[in-house]
Design a protein around this ligand. Structure first.
Ligand SMILES: [Zn+2]
Length: 408
Protein backbone atom coordinates (compact mmCIF):
# COMPACT_ATOMS: atom_id res chain seq x y z
CA UNK A 1 0.00 0.00 0.00
CA UNK A 2 2.81 2.34 0.79
CA UNK A 3 4.22 1.87 -2.63
CA UNK A 4 0.99 2.80 -4.16
CA UNK A 5 0.89 6.00 -2.35
CA UNK A 6 3.92 6.98 -4.17
CA UNK A 7 2.19 6.92 -7.37
CA UNK A 8 -0.21 9.47 -6.44
CA UNK A 9 1.48 12.42 -7.38
CA UNK A 10 -0.95 14.86 -8.32
CA UNK A 11 -1.87 16.94 -11.08
CA UNK A 12 -4.74 19.15 -11.40
CA UNK A 13 -5.21 22.36 -12.86
CA UNK A 14 -7.48 25.27 -12.43
CA UNK A 15 -7.22 28.83 -12.34
CA UNK A 16 -7.18 29.70 -8.78
CA UNK A 17 -3.90 30.12 -7.20
CA UNK A 18 -2.72 29.74 -3.76
CA UNK A 19 0.69 30.70 -2.77
CA UNK A 20 2.64 31.33 0.30
CA UNK A 21 3.06 34.84 1.42
CA UNK A 22 6.45 36.13 2.03
CA UNK A 23 5.85 36.57 5.69
CA UNK A 24 4.13 33.34 6.32
CA UNK A 25 4.07 30.26 4.26
CA UNK A 26 0.66 29.50 5.39
CA UNK A 27 -1.06 32.33 3.72
CA UNK A 28 -3.19 31.74 0.75
CA UNK A 29 -2.69 34.25 -1.86
CA UNK A 30 -4.55 33.49 -4.98
CA UNK A 31 -3.41 34.41 -8.25
CA UNK A 32 -4.76 37.69 -8.97
CA UNK A 33 -8.02 37.35 -10.62
CA UNK A 34 -6.96 34.16 -11.82
CA UNK A 35 -10.04 32.55 -11.35
CA UNK A 36 -11.59 30.20 -13.34
CA UNK A 37 -12.43 30.90 -16.71
CA UNK A 38 -10.09 33.66 -17.06
CA UNK A 39 -9.42 34.00 -20.62
CA UNK A 40 -6.07 35.56 -20.37
CA UNK A 41 -3.20 33.97 -18.67
CA UNK A 42 -2.51 35.94 -15.57
CA UNK A 43 0.39 36.47 -13.47
CA UNK A 44 0.40 33.56 -11.26
CA UNK A 45 -2.06 31.21 -12.57
CA UNK A 46 -1.29 29.52 -15.68
CA UNK A 47 -3.70 28.74 -18.32
CA UNK A 48 -4.45 25.30 -19.10
CA UNK A 49 -6.38 23.69 -21.68
CA UNK A 50 -8.35 20.99 -23.22
CA UNK A 51 -11.23 18.70 -23.24
CA UNK A 52 -11.01 15.18 -22.46
CA UNK A 53 -13.38 12.63 -21.70
CA UNK A 54 -13.02 11.64 -18.17
CA UNK A 55 -11.33 8.39 -18.05
CA UNK A 56 -11.96 5.84 -15.44
CA UNK A 57 -10.93 6.94 -12.06
CA UNK A 58 -10.15 3.58 -10.87
CA UNK A 59 -6.54 3.25 -10.67
CA UNK A 60 -4.95 0.39 -12.40
CA UNK A 61 -3.36 -1.80 -9.86
CA UNK A 62 -0.14 -1.43 -11.70
CA UNK A 63 0.04 2.11 -10.56
CA UNK A 64 2.73 1.52 -8.05
CA UNK A 65 5.14 0.51 -10.73
CA UNK A 66 4.79 3.89 -12.29
CA UNK A 67 6.14 5.55 -9.27
CA UNK A 68 9.79 5.79 -9.31
CA UNK A 69 11.25 7.59 -6.38
CA UNK A 70 12.67 10.09 -8.75
CA UNK A 71 11.38 10.73 -12.15
CA UNK A 72 14.01 11.64 -14.60
CA UNK A 73 13.26 14.76 -16.57
CA UNK A 74 11.61 13.97 -19.80
CA UNK A 75 11.10 10.38 -18.85
CA UNK A 76 7.39 10.76 -19.44
CA UNK A 77 6.37 8.83 -16.37
CA UNK A 78 3.67 11.38 -15.73
CA UNK A 79 0.80 11.48 -15.33
CA UNK A 80 0.12 9.05 -12.53
CA UNK A 81 -3.27 8.21 -11.11
CA UNK A 82 -4.41 9.11 -7.64
CA UNK A 83 -4.21 5.92 -5.63
CA UNK A 84 -4.80 7.04 -2.07
CA UNK A 85 -8.54 6.54 -2.38
CA UNK A 86 -11.25 5.96 -4.92
CA UNK A 87 -12.41 9.34 -6.17
CA UNK A 88 -14.60 8.06 -8.97
CA UNK A 89 -16.45 9.34 -10.84
CA UNK A 90 -13.87 12.10 -10.65
CA UNK A 91 -10.83 11.53 -12.77
CA UNK A 92 -7.74 12.87 -11.06
CA UNK A 93 -4.28 12.54 -12.56
CA UNK A 94 -1.06 13.82 -11.08
CA UNK A 95 1.96 15.34 -12.77
CA UNK A 96 4.62 15.20 -10.13
CA UNK A 97 7.79 17.22 -10.28
CA UNK A 98 10.89 15.09 -9.89
CA UNK A 99 11.89 16.27 -6.41
CA UNK A 100 8.53 16.20 -4.69
CA UNK A 101 8.86 13.59 -1.93
CA UNK A 102 6.43 10.74 -1.87
CA UNK A 103 5.14 11.61 1.56
CA UNK A 104 4.18 15.04 0.28
CA UNK A 105 2.50 13.62 -2.77
CA UNK A 106 0.56 11.42 -0.40
CA UNK A 107 -0.70 14.42 1.55
CA UNK A 108 -1.89 16.09 -1.64
CA UNK A 109 -3.75 12.95 -2.58
CA UNK A 110 -5.30 12.57 0.83
CA UNK A 111 -6.43 16.18 0.78
CA UNK A 112 -8.09 15.59 -2.58
CA UNK A 113 -9.76 12.47 -1.20
CA UNK A 114 -11.06 14.48 1.72
CA UNK A 115 -12.29 17.25 -0.57
CA UNK A 116 -14.16 14.74 -2.64
CA UNK A 117 -16.01 13.46 0.40
CA UNK A 118 -16.72 16.87 1.86
CA UNK A 119 -17.70 18.77 -1.27
CA UNK A 120 -18.71 16.39 -4.00
CA UNK A 121 -20.34 13.48 -2.21
CA UNK A 122 -23.52 15.47 -1.81
CA UNK A 123 -26.85 15.45 -3.58
CA UNK A 124 -26.91 17.26 -6.85
CA UNK A 125 -23.22 17.22 -7.65
CA UNK A 126 -22.59 17.93 -11.29
CA UNK A 127 -19.94 15.26 -11.78
CA UNK A 128 -19.51 15.88 -15.44
CA UNK A 129 -18.30 19.42 -14.93
CA UNK A 130 -16.15 18.50 -11.95
CA UNK A 131 -13.72 16.39 -13.90
CA UNK A 132 -11.08 15.73 -15.10
CA UNK A 133 -8.68 17.29 -12.64
CA UNK A 134 -4.97 17.40 -13.40
CA UNK A 135 -2.70 18.20 -10.51
CA UNK A 136 0.75 19.64 -11.06
CA UNK A 137 2.64 18.86 -7.87
CA UNK A 138 5.58 21.26 -7.83
CA UNK A 139 8.63 21.69 -5.62
CA UNK A 140 8.92 25.36 -4.75
CA UNK A 141 12.69 25.01 -4.59
CA UNK A 142 13.06 23.36 -7.98
CA UNK A 143 12.11 25.60 -10.91
CA UNK A 144 13.92 23.32 -13.36
CA UNK A 145 11.65 20.48 -12.27
CA UNK A 146 8.61 22.64 -12.92
CA UNK A 147 9.87 23.49 -16.40
CA UNK A 148 10.49 19.82 -17.16
CA UNK A 149 6.99 19.08 -16.05
CA UNK A 150 5.55 21.64 -18.44
CA UNK A 151 6.53 19.61 -21.44
CA UNK A 152 5.17 16.39 -19.97
CA UNK A 153 1.92 18.13 -19.15
CA UNK A 154 1.61 19.84 -22.51
CA UNK A 155 2.29 16.62 -24.41
CA UNK A 156 -0.54 15.00 -22.52
CA UNK A 157 -2.91 17.90 -23.07
CA UNK A 158 -2.15 18.09 -26.75
CA UNK A 159 -3.14 14.49 -27.10
CA UNK A 160 -6.14 14.41 -24.79
CA UNK A 161 -7.54 17.91 -25.14
CA UNK A 162 -6.49 19.35 -28.47
CA UNK A 163 -8.90 22.25 -28.25
CA UNK A 164 -7.84 23.22 -24.78
CA UNK A 165 -4.23 22.77 -25.80
CA UNK A 166 -4.75 25.16 -28.65
CA UNK A 167 -6.41 27.73 -26.37
CA UNK A 168 -3.87 27.75 -23.62
CA UNK A 169 -0.27 28.23 -22.68
CA UNK A 170 0.72 24.87 -24.11
CA UNK A 171 -0.54 25.84 -27.53
CA UNK A 172 0.91 27.74 -30.46
CA UNK A 173 -0.79 31.06 -29.74
CA UNK A 174 0.77 31.64 -26.38
CA UNK A 175 3.38 34.36 -26.31
CA UNK A 176 6.41 33.73 -24.15
CA UNK A 177 7.82 37.19 -24.67
CA UNK A 178 7.96 37.88 -20.96
CA UNK A 179 8.87 34.38 -19.94
CA UNK A 180 12.45 34.29 -18.69
CA UNK A 181 12.77 30.52 -18.58
CA UNK A 182 13.45 27.85 -21.16
CA UNK A 183 9.87 26.77 -20.77
CA UNK A 184 6.51 28.45 -21.29
CA UNK A 185 5.89 29.88 -17.82
CA UNK A 186 2.91 27.67 -17.21
CA UNK A 187 4.30 26.14 -14.03
CA UNK A 188 6.68 28.95 -13.25
CA UNK A 189 6.15 32.66 -13.09
CA UNK A 190 7.70 34.86 -15.75
CA UNK A 191 10.72 35.49 -13.56
CA UNK A 192 11.34 31.77 -13.23
CA UNK A 193 10.08 31.21 -9.70
CA UNK A 194 7.86 28.19 -9.26
CA UNK A 195 4.17 29.05 -9.68
CA UNK A 196 1.98 29.49 -6.66
CA UNK A 197 -0.93 27.16 -6.12
CA UNK A 198 -3.93 27.85 -8.28
CA UNK A 199 -6.58 26.59 -10.58
CA UNK A 200 -5.15 27.54 -13.88
CA UNK A 201 -7.49 26.45 -16.58
CA UNK A 202 -11.12 26.68 -17.40
CA UNK A 203 -13.06 23.45 -17.40
CA UNK A 204 -15.75 25.14 -19.43
CA UNK A 205 -13.41 26.43 -22.06
CA UNK A 206 -10.54 23.97 -22.03
CA UNK A 207 -12.19 20.77 -20.90
CA UNK A 208 -10.19 20.16 -17.73
CA UNK A 209 -9.04 21.67 -14.48
CA UNK A 210 -5.34 22.29 -13.90
CA UNK A 211 -4.69 22.45 -10.19
CA UNK A 212 -1.18 23.74 -9.66
CA UNK A 213 0.00 22.76 -6.21
CA UNK A 214 3.18 24.38 -5.00
CA UNK A 215 5.02 22.61 -2.20
CA UNK A 216 5.24 23.73 1.41
CA UNK A 217 8.29 23.30 3.55
CA UNK A 218 7.84 20.29 5.75
CA UNK A 219 7.15 19.43 8.42
CA UNK A 220 6.40 22.89 9.76
CA UNK A 221 3.99 23.81 6.98
CA UNK A 222 2.10 20.58 6.62
CA UNK A 223 -1.18 22.31 7.50
CA UNK A 224 -0.69 24.48 4.40
CA UNK A 225 -0.61 21.41 2.22
CA UNK A 226 -3.99 20.46 3.55
CA UNK A 227 -5.88 23.67 3.59
CA UNK A 228 -4.48 24.96 0.31
CA UNK A 229 -5.68 21.79 -1.41
CA UNK A 230 -9.03 22.08 0.37
CA UNK A 231 -9.21 25.66 -0.87
CA UNK A 232 -8.42 24.88 -4.49
CA UNK A 233 -10.68 21.87 -4.60
CA UNK A 234 -13.50 24.03 -3.31
CA UNK A 235 -13.02 26.27 -6.33
CA UNK A 236 -13.49 23.24 -8.54
CA UNK A 237 -16.65 22.44 -6.65
CA UNK A 238 -17.92 25.99 -7.11
CA UNK A 239 -17.30 26.03 -10.83
CA UNK A 240 -18.66 22.55 -11.38
CA UNK A 241 -22.13 23.70 -10.42
CA UNK A 242 -22.48 25.53 -13.70
CA UNK A 243 -23.48 22.93 -16.24
CA UNK A 244 -23.47 24.93 -19.45
CA UNK A 245 -20.15 24.17 -21.14
CA UNK A 246 -20.54 27.09 -23.52
CA UNK A 247 -21.07 29.73 -20.89
CA UNK A 248 -19.11 32.94 -21.39
CA UNK A 249 -16.47 34.02 -18.93
CA UNK A 250 -18.63 36.97 -17.88
CA UNK A 251 -21.73 34.89 -17.34
CA UNK A 252 -19.80 32.34 -15.33
CA UNK A 253 -18.36 35.11 -13.16
CA UNK A 254 -21.89 36.39 -12.52
CA UNK A 255 -23.11 32.98 -11.41
CA UNK A 256 -20.19 32.67 -9.06
CA UNK A 257 -20.93 35.95 -7.30
CA UNK A 258 -17.98 37.81 -8.75
CA UNK A 259 -20.01 40.53 -10.41
CA UNK A 260 -22.07 41.62 -7.40
CA UNK A 261 -20.18 44.87 -6.83
CA UNK A 262 -21.21 48.36 -7.93
CA UNK A 263 -19.37 47.89 -11.21
CA UNK A 264 -20.85 44.75 -12.68
CA UNK A 265 -18.09 44.51 -15.25
CA UNK A 266 -15.36 43.90 -12.67
CA UNK A 267 -14.58 40.61 -10.97
CA UNK A 268 -14.41 40.80 -7.20
CA UNK A 269 -13.39 37.96 -4.88
CA UNK A 270 -15.46 38.51 -1.72
CA UNK A 271 -17.78 35.52 -2.16
CA UNK A 272 -15.78 33.13 -4.27
CA UNK A 273 -12.66 33.50 -2.13
CA UNK A 274 -14.37 34.24 1.15
CA UNK A 275 -16.08 30.87 0.96
CA UNK A 276 -12.92 29.04 -0.15
CA UNK A 277 -10.82 30.57 2.62
CA UNK A 278 -13.35 29.91 5.35
CA UNK A 279 -14.33 26.44 4.17
CA UNK A 280 -10.72 25.28 3.86
CA UNK A 281 -9.84 26.37 7.40
CA UNK A 282 -13.13 25.08 8.76
CA UNK A 283 -12.72 21.59 7.39
CA UNK A 284 -9.01 21.45 8.13
CA UNK A 285 -9.81 22.21 11.77
CA UNK A 286 -12.67 19.80 11.94
CA UNK A 287 -11.20 16.89 10.03
CA UNK A 288 -7.48 17.05 10.60
CA UNK A 289 -6.91 18.67 13.92
CA UNK A 290 -10.18 17.74 15.51
CA UNK A 291 -10.29 21.05 17.28
CA UNK A 292 -10.89 24.60 16.23
CA UNK A 293 -7.60 26.18 17.22
CA UNK A 294 -6.45 26.36 13.62
CA UNK A 295 -9.39 28.30 12.25
CA UNK A 296 -9.45 30.62 15.23
CA UNK A 297 -5.77 31.43 14.72
CA UNK A 298 -6.15 31.93 10.98
CA UNK A 299 -9.27 34.05 11.18
CA UNK A 300 -7.90 35.99 14.14
CA UNK A 301 -5.00 37.18 12.01
CA UNK A 302 -7.37 39.21 9.86
CA UNK A 303 -8.58 41.05 12.94
CA UNK A 304 -5.22 41.68 14.55
CA UNK A 305 -2.61 41.91 11.79
CA UNK A 306 -2.11 43.30 8.31
CA UNK A 307 -1.65 39.66 7.32
CA UNK A 308 1.28 40.11 4.96
CA UNK A 309 3.46 42.88 6.23
CA UNK A 310 1.81 45.57 4.15
CA UNK A 311 1.95 48.04 7.03
CA UNK A 312 -1.54 49.25 6.16
CA UNK A 313 -3.09 48.37 9.51
CA UNK A 314 -5.08 45.30 10.39
CA UNK A 315 -7.17 43.83 7.64
CA UNK A 316 -10.25 44.68 9.69
CA UNK A 317 -9.14 48.30 10.05
CA UNK A 318 -8.39 48.54 6.35
CA UNK A 319 -11.89 47.39 5.60
CA UNK A 320 -13.71 49.54 8.12
CA UNK A 321 -11.62 52.57 7.33
CA UNK A 322 -12.27 52.32 3.62
CA UNK A 323 -15.95 53.17 3.70
CA UNK A 324 -16.34 50.81 0.76
CA UNK A 325 -18.53 47.79 0.34
CA UNK A 326 -17.02 44.34 0.62
CA UNK A 327 -18.40 43.47 -2.80
CA UNK A 328 -16.22 46.19 -4.38
CA UNK A 329 -12.81 45.03 -3.18
CA UNK A 330 -10.82 43.68 -6.11
CA UNK A 331 -8.28 41.00 -6.82
CA UNK A 332 -4.73 42.18 -6.40
CA UNK A 333 -3.14 45.25 -4.89
CA UNK A 334 -4.10 46.59 -1.49
CA UNK A 335 -7.64 45.29 -1.90
CA UNK A 336 -6.63 41.66 -2.09
CA UNK A 337 -6.15 40.66 1.53
CA UNK A 338 -9.19 42.64 2.58
CA UNK A 339 -11.41 40.89 0.07
CA UNK A 340 -10.13 37.47 1.07
CA UNK A 341 -9.98 38.07 4.81
CA UNK A 342 -13.17 39.99 5.35
CA UNK A 343 -14.87 37.81 2.76
CA UNK A 344 -13.95 34.85 4.95
CA UNK A 345 -15.32 36.68 7.99
CA UNK A 346 -18.59 37.29 6.18
CA UNK A 347 -18.85 33.55 5.58
CA UNK A 348 -18.06 32.94 9.25
CA UNK A 349 -20.96 35.27 10.03
CA UNK A 350 -23.34 33.38 7.75
CA UNK A 351 -22.19 29.98 8.99
CA UNK A 352 -22.73 31.05 12.56
CA UNK A 353 -26.31 31.98 11.69
CA UNK A 354 -27.24 29.12 9.39
CA UNK A 355 -24.62 26.38 9.39
CA UNK A 356 -22.01 25.20 6.95
CA UNK A 357 -24.33 23.15 4.74
CA UNK A 358 -26.12 26.28 3.54
CA UNK A 359 -22.99 27.22 1.65
CA UNK A 360 -23.37 24.07 -0.40
CA UNK A 361 -27.09 24.65 -0.76
CA UNK A 362 -26.56 27.93 -2.50
CA UNK A 363 -24.41 26.22 -5.10
CA UNK A 364 -26.97 23.55 -5.72
CA UNK A 365 -29.54 26.32 -6.24
CA UNK A 366 -27.38 28.40 -8.48
CA UNK A 367 -28.56 27.48 -11.93
CA UNK A 368 -32.20 26.86 -11.03
CA UNK A 369 -32.39 30.24 -9.38
CA UNK A 370 -31.00 31.92 -12.45
CA UNK A 371 -28.13 33.71 -10.77
CA UNK A 372 -26.11 34.34 -7.64
CA UNK A 373 -28.33 37.01 -6.12
CA UNK A 374 -31.49 34.96 -6.45
CA UNK A 375 -29.82 31.79 -5.24
CA UNK A 376 -28.63 33.70 -2.19
CA UNK A 377 -32.15 34.86 -1.42
CA UNK A 378 -33.56 31.38 -2.00
CA UNK A 379 -31.03 29.99 0.45
CA UNK A 380 -30.84 32.67 3.12
CA UNK A 381 -34.24 34.35 2.80
CA UNK A 382 -32.89 37.84 2.19
CA UNK A 383 -30.43 39.55 -0.14
CA UNK A 384 -26.70 39.42 0.38
CA UNK A 385 -26.72 43.22 0.62
CA UNK A 386 -29.03 42.98 3.57
CA UNK A 387 -26.71 40.52 5.32
CA UNK A 388 -23.67 42.60 4.44
CA UNK A 389 -25.21 45.66 6.09
CA UNK A 390 -25.71 43.66 9.28
CA UNK A 391 -22.24 42.25 9.00
CA UNK A 392 -20.71 45.73 8.86
CA UNK A 393 -22.49 46.62 12.10
CA UNK A 394 -21.34 43.37 13.66
CA UNK A 395 -17.73 44.32 12.91
CA UNK A 396 -18.03 47.29 15.27
CA UNK A 397 -18.23 44.90 18.18
CA UNK A 398 -15.20 44.14 20.37
CA UNK A 399 -12.73 41.63 19.03
CA UNK A 400 -13.68 39.01 21.60
CA UNK A 401 -17.28 39.19 20.49
CA UNK A 402 -16.35 38.89 16.85
CA UNK A 403 -14.17 35.88 17.61
CA UNK A 404 -17.02 34.29 19.56
CA UNK A 405 -18.87 33.39 16.38
CA UNK A 406 -16.14 30.95 15.38
CA UNK A 407 -16.48 27.32 16.37
CA UNK A 408 -14.56 26.34 19.49
ZN1 LIG B 1 -9.02 30.88 -4.01
Amino acid sequence: MKLRELALISLLILMVAVGCSSSNQVAIEEAVSATIAAAQPDTVAANATSTPEPGPTDIPSTASEQIPSRIAPGSNRNPVPLTECDVSPLEVLLFVSETVPRNEQKIIEEAICLSKQLYFDRDGTNWQMATPIYVAALDRHNPAGAINLESEFCDYIQEQHPEGWNNGKCGPHHSTTHCETDGICLLTQDDGRVSGSSISSSRHRDGFYLFINNSHDMPQHEPSYWYVALHEMFHIYQISNISNPDISREELARFLGKRAGSDSEIDTPWWMEGTAVYISHYFYSEQKESNWEHIRRQMGRYLTTDYNGSGLGTVLEQYKGSGRQLTDFKYGGDDHQVAYGMGAWFIAYLVNLSGIDKIFEIYSNLEESGGFEDAFIATYGRSHDSYLAEFDLFLDKPESEIMSILPE
